[in-house]
Design a protein. Structure first.
Length: 170
């Protein structure tokens, strides 16, 4: 909301607007999860408008079969199913090892280090940046002994692929 306020201030100034109203528009279930985390007073405070209230107010004045209200009602009814799930970062990691430790484990044939995880996978931009900067040597990576991660998660690759990729580094 703070970042949005900066943008709204810029637009108000550039477009010569007399007033700008800024509120959070949230489904009631999500607003309930944020209870106690939102500022209620002071310069960072903002009003909260619930989608359910919008549906109730507009439902009284819009025609039956209104597309917007129908889609809103459907989305609110299915909110539990449609809402984004929190990331399960490190859920598959059995341990964290630096790139140098992964190389050593590969040389030793360590069965506890069979797959490596990095956001974006073997050819993603994050591993590419690690390799080009040389940070891969001391950066900690998620590792696991469980190869089935390979088919179900594109962020995981074999330790052999990791070793081959970093050995191409000058």
């Amino acid at each position: 909301m703070r970042a949005q306020r900066v943008q709204l201030g810029f637009l108000r100034e550039r477009l010569s607007l007399d007033a700008v109203h800024h509120a959070a528009l949230l489904p009631a279930k999500y607003a309930a999860t944020l209870e106690g985390q939102l500022p209620r007073s002071g310069p960072d405070a903002f009003p909260i408008v619930l989608w359910e209230d919008v549906l109730g107010r507009y439902g009284a004045v819009r025609e039956e079969g209104d597309y917007f209200l129908g889609m809103l009602a459907a989305a609110l009814k299915r909110w539990d199913e449609l809402a984004a799930r929190p990331s399960v970062y490190r859920a598959n990691a059995e341990q964290l090892l630096t790139g140098a430790e992964i190389l050593q484990a590969a040389r030793n044939g360590d069965s506890k280090v069979r797959v490596v995880g990095r956001r974006g996978g073997l050819f993603g931009p994050t591993l590419a940046a690690d390799i080009s900067s040389g940070k891969w040597l001391y950066r900690k990576y998620e590792v696991s002994s469980t190869p089935p991660l390979l088919g179900s998660n594109p962020n995981w690759f074999t330790v052999e692929e990791f070793v081959a990729r970093v050995k191409k580094t000058p």
